[in-house]
Design a protein around this ligand. Structure first.
Ligand code: NAD
Length: 461
């Protein structure tokens, strides 16, 4: 431990040593025990529901409804889904034997990596810390969790509750900012699971490369939302408003901007305005169900985007309350800052296209997005967009919904990340598949060896 680390009271080597010995003594081996701990976590999440809601309200002004549907409820259902299937997933899998291996048996066994480092962001501070943790525990790892310093109430609660559920050398929560992340990243973990920005993702991958530690990177980017000329506009508007302005736009897979066919732009804008009024009323800044921006730096960054384009709805802001009303922008172009950076806030630029091919070319020129949304009933358009564009995942005729099912792996591609999780994929992510051949000792094929040209020899006992 160096002097700086002592300053913030962290001893990463001691944490890692205690985890290693817990793991090596078989503390995570029993599947029944893993399920028991997951159930204990589930009970604790329920028992402290009011405290979670209060912490999420303080950190991000999330409503109880949003806190349940986008945070707590997702983790609870992930625990249920994984616990009920874990025994089957963890069994060794017998596979066929190649002709060259006659007499032997082949199996794939499921081995935990060891100690996993999870670094989490602030925007869904409960879900994005605990969903990967559930996968890592299910697969038999120990976990060191570093939640975000920008949501201190949720981070403190994570530390308290995980401390009540798990022994300290099984799960450890380490609070702090980048300096704490870096002190942890300098050590050799067995797996690193990072959720956050593209820039920090690169720092994480560089640190992991020094120890050849495998990583999952859940990153961000600008996710397009395409509205084609045949779309059901009322439904599209409602689902875009839902996806964009939940958590005040601070959602990694929120539609970042809309690309709408020129013929229907004005009708879509009218529908979007109507849906915004229905969701948040005439005074969203004072609506308790509407989230706030996480901090002043992020607030100022978002406000600077409003210097460009034309505001057709919203644009009001309150710096003391860290609130920006849901805002729709037109007359923007790709050269403006709002179209160059991931927005990550309640501002929705709307751009027009004439031909679908323009959309394909625009999106292809940019980093591969984490999500993509397409509103159309036209199967040919659906096929063209999903076949010709690369993106992490997406939803047709809705937004966000592909993240909320345990049957679909969730993750990015290219600059939006690598690896995926949720449901079975979480178990697979945190598991090393170890291949084993059990060879027969009843006979031996001598022709395998350079010294002999004879065929089969029987082994005498
Ligand atoms: P961030 O990258 O700033 O921070 C994420 C974590 O990394 C935090 O715990 C933070 O303390 C730590 N960190 C920050 N700077 C660091 C540094 N220099 N060195 C080491 N660690 C550092 O991200 P954020 O602001 O918390 O979250 C917003 C970003 O995360 C957006 O880009 C968003 O799209 C992305 N995101 C992605 C997903 C996903 O599932 N793919 C989910 C949520 C957020």
């Amino acid at each position: 431990m160096n002097e700086k680390e002592l300053e913030f009271g962290l001893d990463p080597d001691a944490i890692l040593d205690s985890h290693k010995s817990f793991f090596e003594q078989g503390g995570t081996r029993s599947i029944a025990l893993r399920i028991l701990y997951l159930q204990r976590l589930k009970q604790a999440l329920k028992k402290y529901e009011a405290e979670w809601f209060a912490a999420l309200r303080k950190d991000l002004n999330k409503s109880d409804f949003e806190s349940y549907t986008t945070e707590l409820g997702i983790v609870l259902s992930e625990i249920g889904f994984i616990s009920s299937r874990l025994t089957g997933w963890a069994k060794p899998r017998k596979v066929r034997t190649a002709l060259t291996h006659v007499g032997s048996k082949s199996l794939i066994t499921k081995e935990p990596y060891g100690t996993v480092l999870i670094i989490a962001p602030w925007n869904y501070p409960l879900q994005l810390a605990l969903s990967p943790l559930v996968g890592a525990i299910a697969a038999g790892n120990t976990v060191v969790l570093k939640p975000s310093e920008l949501t201190p109430n949720v981070s403190a609660l994570l530390k308290q509750i995980l401390g009540e559920v798990f022994p300290a050398d099984y799960v450890t929560v380490v609070e702090g900012g980048p300096e704490v992340s870096n002190a942890l990243l300098a050590r050799k973990f067995d797996y690193i699971f990072f959720t956050g920005s593209v820039g920090v993702g690169k720092i994480v991958m560089e640190a992991a490369a020094k120890h050849l530690t495998p990583v999952t990177l859940e990153l961000g980017g600008k996710s397009p939302c395409i509205v084609h000329d045949d779309a059901n506009l009322r439904l599209a508007a409602r689902r875009i408003v839902f996806g964009k302005f939940t958590n005040a736009g601070q959602t990694c897979i929120a539609p970042d901007y809309v690309l709408v066919h020129r013929n229907i732009r004005d009708r879509l804008l009218t529908e979007l305005k109507a849906e915004l009024a229905r969701f948040y009323g005439g005074d969203p800044l004072n609506n308790p169900a509407y989230g706030r921006i996480v901090g002043q730096r992020q607030f100022d960054r978002l406000m600077s985007f409003l210097q460009d384009g034309k505001i057709v709805v919203g644009g009001e802001a309150d710096r003391d309350k860290l609130k920006i009303s849901p805002t729709i922008l037109t007359d923007v172009h790709w050269g403006m800052p709002v179209m160059q950076e991931e927005i990550f806030g309640p501002l929705l630029p709307v751009l027009v296209y004439d031909e679908l091919q323009e959309v394909i070319e625009w999106v292809r020129k940019r980093p591969k997005p984490l999500a993509l949304y397409l509103f159309t009933g036209n199967r040919k358009v659906q096929r063209t967009v999903t076949h010709e564009l690369s993106f992490g995942g997406g939803t047709i005729n809705d937004t966000l919904m592909h993240i909320a099912t345990p049957y679909l792996p969730f993750g990015g591609v290219g600059e939006s990340g690598m690896g995926s999780y949720h449901g079975h994929e979480s178990f697979r992510t945190f598991t090393h598949e170890k291949s084993i051949v059990k060879q027969t000792t009843l006979f031996d094929f001598s022709f395998r060896y350079a010294f002999s040209k004879r065929g089969l020899s029987i082994i005498r006992r």
